[in-house]
Structures are given as C-alpha cells and as structure tokens.
Write a protein that binds this ligand. Structure first.
Ligand code: DLZ
Ligand code: SF4
Length: 509
C-alpha cells in the first residue's frame, strides 16, 4: 500500500496528536521540518526558536524509538525548501506518498498554505483542546457578548474539575477577588525548574545563534524543558513550591522578580509537551490533598480551561478577518522601546527587559503595562499583536489574537472585553514597586515629571468619548474628567500629545 505522510508541526509535539492517532505506523511516514518560513514570519525570540527546534528533534527521536518512520528536516539541511508545504512536496516525491494527514494548525496562514499544497492534505481538527470548534460555535451562537465567565462555567461542568455534586467547589465559581493582593515583601520561590542544555539543545543553540543573530531577545542562558519528561518535572516542582501562593499574588509585579509564583506552563502546553487535562488534574489534586488553597487552584484552572480555551474559540469562531479589526482606528507605529530602546518609564523598561531576557512576562505585565500603554498611546493593534507573537515564547497566532486584538487593544470593538482595559499609573503603583524607582512620578498628574500613564489615560477617554461615555462601567471616569477645571484638562491633553509626538519622533521618553 502507498504510504501517506503524517505532518507534525513544531507546536504539535504530543504523542496522542490526532494525525498520529489516525495514521498507520506500519505504512505511513512522519514528516517534521525546521523551515525558514515558520521561523521567520515574525522575528521570533531566539529562545522560542531554539526551544521548538530542540523539542522537535527530541520528539522525532521518541517517535523513531517508538517504531515510526520519520523524515526530519533540519534548518541547515541541503535541499530544505524553506516552507512546510515545500517539505511535504519534497517528501511526497521521495516516498511516492500521495496524501498527507495533518492536525489542523493553530494559524490561518498555515491552514491556507496546507489547503493550497499540491499534495492533498487532510486537516483533522486538533482535539488536544477541551472545546471543539463546533462546541464553541454553539455556545457563541446568538450571544451578543462573549464573556469568558459563562464559557468557563460550562467547561467546569463538562470536565467536572473543582465540582462537588454538580456544584462549584466551595460554593463559588470564581475566586478572582481573592487573587489581587499587592506584591509581598519577598518571594520564597526560586522560579521555574531550570534544565542544563544537553547535546541536542547545545547543537540547536549554535544553529539559532548563527542563523538569527539579530532577533530581539537573549538566547542564553537557555534553561527551558525540551521534552515531556522535563516538562512534567517542571509542573510537579511548580505545584509543590509555588501553586499555594499563586492565587494571592497573581496580579502582583515586583522589580527583578520575573516569575513570582506564576506557572510558566503556557510554553509547554502550547507546544504540546503538557496536556491541559494532566495539568488541571495535578492542580486539583493539590487542593484535594490540602496542599494548595481553593483560590489558587481555581484561579489556575480558570486560566487553563477557561481563558485559554475561550481565546482559542474566539480565534476560530471569528476567522482570519479578526486580526485586521481596528475598532478604535489606532495607527501609531510601535515605538522602539518595545524592542528594548531606552525609556524612562520604569514599568515598561522592566517588562520589556524581562521579555528580552526570558521571552516571558506574566499576564498583568502583558495586560496592564505593555497592553495598557499600547492602547492608551493608540498603537496599531496589528503591530501590537505581531510584537506579542514574536517576543513571547508561548505565543502563537491563536494564543495572541483574542488577547491583543480583543482583550488588551479593544480593536474588536468589545467582543472579548466589555470595556477597554485602561488605567492611569495608579493601578501600576498599587500592584508593583516599579514606580518607586521611576524617573516619572505617579502622583504627579500634569507638569514636570508627570507619569505618562496619567496623561495618556485622560487623553484616551477624551479621544474616544463618543464610543465610551454611555458605557455604564465608564460613566464614573467621564464624570471625574468633566469635574476637572478646563485649564487642567487642556494641560493634560497638550502634555499627552507632546509625549506621543516625542515618542514617535524617536526621542527617549
Ligand atoms: C513557531 C514555529 C517556528 C519558530 N518554527 C517552526 C518550524 O520550523 N517548523 C514547524 O513545524 N513549526 C514551527 N513553528 C510552529 C508553527 O509556526 C506553528 O505550528 C503555527 O504557527 C501554527 O500554530
Ligand atoms: Fe510606570 Fe508611571 Fe509608575 Fe513610572 S510612574 S513606573 S511610568 S506607572
């Protein structure tokens, strides 16, 4: 019988992945490929490329060990065609295969490329997620707004996680209000488990250093897990050492503390090294064993079966055009400080510096520092999306679309968020210690040294008055703005404008 090709992409490194389940080990040939097309469609963080290539190589070796025939293309192999479709054509010619089994990619760009591939590709729905496309569409149908909370409750019922006799454990669905403590004095967790690079990783690090020398981000020290065994050790370590305090300090930010009690698990789940179910079951067990409190475990499980699934649902439900939405018509180019240029804004410098060094910042740094700033400054949402996609090691198109176009930039006009996530410097001052070391003063509202968030916040509300003043959740903000004396308002608007002009002219701000 003629062989078929079985495509495994860099973020499909799960032994139970659909295409493998449907394939025949005795007859079919697995194709994996490191290609420039995937590695360069945005300037990915070098550590993200290295992580994926190393994990792909190890996964290919596991498959071979398991009896699969694998054709693996390394980035520097002679004859590498540079694209996934090109590699499928090449392997089909080599082997005589006439059909490809694939698991649907997490990006419309690649779904379209596979649909156009000269060798027919059967794209099977990726069932590593809890909600299928049809299930999400059913849930979304006829709803005016798609709020995560209601979707999350359905996922709780479906999975039975943290459910007792059909009721939410502890009597409440959501313990978010208990997860907003300001930063503690010190952190008694040394961060995610670190792994010394083995020979496979070292070889990939040399390749990435040579091929992507100018991408934003530090390649070394490289310490990520690159196979399932390591990723599971990382998970167990986090559950034991950090989960109990994760809830309380979930929204806190501390200078120099890059991970606090965060799980750093998205990277491994999104590439397929960890399964969302095993992750949730381990967390729930920690609560049932009395090791971790409910607010921590519920907050964590909500991120995995609620937010993560919801964001993916939004992506596939709305289709490719979602990425081009720009409801607020923001078009300011991304300033150089997002790529590490010097800035006097301590919160931005700290967050971007951390992204450069680790490819990671946690959800509040993403939402309330970089995201908030981008929205207030009116940056082009697509550029913001591409920045998150490139700079964060856990990012894929499906991961970032709902988070940037929807949640942080309000570019979808309110599908994901019921109001824009904007705040003045006060929020950052409350939840971090960044302002203590900043050249600006968070307490200063106008004039010399005024925190840019304070200026831009009012300028944003003023700019979008027509759209937001009738939103009941924003009425209070407009009432405060209207009570300010006219000259003060004029000064704020002029200073906000001056700041943006200086920023866009490339001056240090
Ligand atoms: C992100 C990425 C990178 C950097 N490189 C590769 C690659 O060389 N080969 C591959 O199969 N996948 C890679 N990926 C992951 C894909 O871009 C990802 O599968 C799609 O964006 C869909 O989520
Ligand atoms: Fe950021 Fe303003 Fe605080 Fe400085 S004062 S760290 S710019 S919020």
């Amino acid at each position: 019988m003629v062989s078929r090709l079985v495509l495994i992409l860099g973020d499909q490194l799960s032994p139970g992945i659909r295409a493998l389940r449907e394939a025949d080990k005795a007859r079919d040939i697995v194709v994996m490929a490191e290609v420039d097309g995937e590695a360069s469609y945005v300037p990915h963080h070098p550590r993200k490329i290295a992580f994926l290539f190393a994990a792909m190589r190890k996964f290919a070796a596991e498959l071979e060990h398991d009896g699969w025939a694998v054709r693996y293309t390394r980035l520097d192999d002679d004859g590498n065609t540079g694209s996934i479709a090109g590699e499928l054509v090449r392997r089909a010619e080599e082997t005589g295969a006439r059909e490809v089994l694939a698991t649907e990619p997490g990006e419309f760009r690649l779904i379209a490329a596979l649909a156009d591939c000269p060798v027919p590709v059967r794209q099977l729905e990726d069932d590593r997620f809890l909600a299928s496309h049809a299930e999400f569409d059913r849930w979304a149908k006829g709803r005016k707004s798609l709020r995560m909370e209601y979707f999350y409750r359905e996922m709780r019922q479906k999975t039975g996680y943290l459910m007792d006799k059909g009721e939410p454990a502890g009597g409440r669905w959501n313990y978010d209000s208990e997860n907003r403590k300001p930063p503690p004095e010190g952190i008694d967790y040394s961060g995610p488990m670190r792994f010394t690079p083995d020979d496979t990783v070292e070889e990939v690090l040399d390749l990435v250093a040579a091929r992507f020398p100018s991408n934003f981000g530090s390649l070394r020290p490289f310490w990520f897990a690159t196979d399932r065994g390591q990723a599971r050790r990382h998970l167990a370590h986090w559950i034991k050492r950090a989960l109990p305090k994760f809830g309380d300090y979930q929204d806190a930010m501390l200078t120099g503390e890059r991970f606090l009690y965060h799980s750093f698990i998205g990277l491994y789940m999104n590439a397929g090294l960890l399964d969302p179910r095993e992750v949730c079951e381990a967390a729930e067990q920690a609560w049932r064993d009395g090791h971790a409190p409910l607010n921590a475990v519920e907050g964590f499980i909500r991120q995995v079966i609620g937010w993560r699934e919801y964001i993916r649902g939004i992506y596939f439900h709305h289709g490719p055009a979602y990425l081009d939405r720009n409801a607020l018509q923001h078009d300011r180019p991304l300033p150089p400080m997002f790529w590490g240029a010097a800035t006097d804004m301590r919160c931005i410098a700290e967050t971007v510096g951390q992204v450069r060094d680790e490819g990671y910042a946690h959800h509040i740094q993403r939402l309330m520092v970089t995201g908030n700033f981008a929205l207030l400054a009116g940056l082009a949402p697509r550029e913001v999306h591409d920045w998150y996609l490139a700079a964060f090691v856990d990012a894929y198109d499906w991961v970032m679309a709902g988070n940037t176009i929807g949640m942080t930039q309000f570019a979808d006009g309110g599908v994901v968020a019921s109001k824009p996530y904007v705040s003045s410097g006060n929020y950052i001052a409350k939840m971090s210690n960044y302002c203590d070391h900043c050249a600006y003063s968070v307490k200063t509202k106008t004039g010399a040294g005024a925190c840019p968030f304070n200026l831009l916040y009012w300028a944003f509300l003023h700019r979008h008055r027509d759209r937001f003043e009738k939103n009941p959740r924003m009425a209070q903000m407009y009432a405060t703005w209207d009570r300010m004396a006219g000259p003060k308002r004029d000064a704020i608007l002029a200073e906000a404008n001056g700041f943006l002009e200086r920023m866009s002219a490339g001056e240090r701000v």
